[in-house]
Ligand binder design. Structure first.
Ligand SMILES: NC(=O)c1ccc[n+]([C@@H]2O[C@H](COP(=O)([O-])OP(=O)(O)OC[C@H]3O[C@@H](n4cnc5c(N)ncnc54)[C@H](OP(=O)(O)O)[C@@H]3O)[C@@H](O)[C@H]2O)c1
Length: 316
């Protein structure tokens, strides 16, 4: 790995695409804690990143030094199953427009957020970065994954063709403040929080979750992701994407137990095995990230208590 070419110092102008989303808002908060950075953000209603001419004009006007590309169309299993075309098309357009405009505006440093779903369904566990493009994808979110893989390749192509030190990170499953709790499009952890919180408020004596509870997954607090992004912007310069996770996983049944405890739920948990489980295990190998000098800090039980409290405040 070459020496890092960049320092986030006072006066550095950083555009965070998707600065109100789960990941982007955490990156925005972490950047805001650094003195003197100039932060730029636009909501999707101010600037739709699918609008190629609008994105090009914006980038020429703002001319950021750094871009964090955390804008994407994102969703859980149900949304991916029902809207594969939107996941493919929107994400390809967002990525191509932002990265082409950033090349044209001479952006020196860009961090693209990929996703652990880009790895093959049967990749050896824990999943190393080298597993990319070595096997078939999980069919339930293949359209989204193909779009994300195109983004990773675009970053590598910019490095080869223009010599710019752009990088990609592959976060594992994220959770924390600003997560999406919509029952139609949320990810597993947010949907569990919502379900158990509803049960507590209604006084239900049982909660039924989808699947068997056996699949194993990894969860990273978004504030940890944000710290990792800042670290990578300053310390990582390699064409290979870098996994960002905790390096430990747990079963969905164990996760449900932690969510039940964080919400104060004391009833029974049942599992509806007519729903599919998806990939049996998904854990990222984080040795590349650790070797670069960063590891996650927030314990899952602690992060869940904080996220439940944020969710309840939002609801009230
Ligand atoms: N959530 C996870 O568990 C997870 C895990 C691994 C990787 N990631 C990656 O992290 C990135 C961000 O995910 P997230 O969970 O933070 O998503 P999110 O909470 O849904 O936020 C997505 C952001 O993208 C913006 N956006 C979407 N479509 C847009 C458009 N057409 N024009 C402009 N902005 C648009 C939204 O802007 P507005 O709010 O203004 O509408 C929003 O701020 C994605 O690349 C995702 O693959 C997420």
């Amino acid at each position: 790995m070459a020496p890092a070419p960049f320092a986030l110092q006072p006066g550095t102008r950083v555009y965070v695409a998707g600065h109100r989303g789960l990941a982007g808002s955490a990156v925005w908060r972490a950047l805001g804690a650094r003195p003197g950075l100039e932060l730029v953000g636009r909501t999707s209603s101010q600037l739709d990143l699918r609008d190629r001419a609008g994105v090009a004009a914006f980038m020429q006007e703002v001319r950021p030094d750094v871009v964090v590309l955390a804008a994407a169309r994102v969703g859980g299993i149900k949304a991916n199953r029902d809207y594969p075309l939107d996941f493919l098309s929107d994400n390809l357009q967002i990525q191509v427009n932002v990265m082409d405009a950033a090349v044209a505006a001479g952006v020196q440093r860009l961090l693209f957020l990929g996703s652990s779903c880009v790895y093959p369904k049967f990749a050896p566990q824990p999943i190393r970065e080298e597993s990319l493009l070595t096997g078939l994808l999980e069919p339930t979110n293949d359209a989204y994954a193909i779009a994300k893989i195109a983004g990773l390749l675009q970053v590598q192509a910019v490095r080869r063709q223009h010599g710019l030190p752009w990088i990609s990170a592959m976060p594992t499953n994220l959770y924390g403040p600003e997560d999406n709790f919509d029952p139609e499009s949320s990810h597993v952890l947010a949907s569990l929080i919502r379900r158990y919180d509803d049960a507590v408020r209604r006084g239900d004596r049982s909660v039924t979750n989808w699947g068997s509870g056996a699949p194993r997954r990894e969860f990273l607090h978004v504030d940890d992701l944000a710290e990792a992004c800042l670290h990578l912007l300053e310390a990582y310069d390699d064409p290979s994407p870098v996994n960002v996770g905790t390096g430990t996983d747990l079963s969905i049944a164990e996760l449900a137990g932690l969510v039940a405890s964080a919400t104060g739920y004391e009833g029974e948990t049942r599992w509806d095995e007519t729903y599919p489980d998806g990939t049996p295990r998904k854990l990222l190998d984080v040795s590349r990230l650790t070797a670069s000098g960063w590891s996650a800090r927030t314990g899952l039980a602690e992060g869940l208590v904080e996220t439940v409290s944020w969710y309840r405040q939002q609801k009230s």
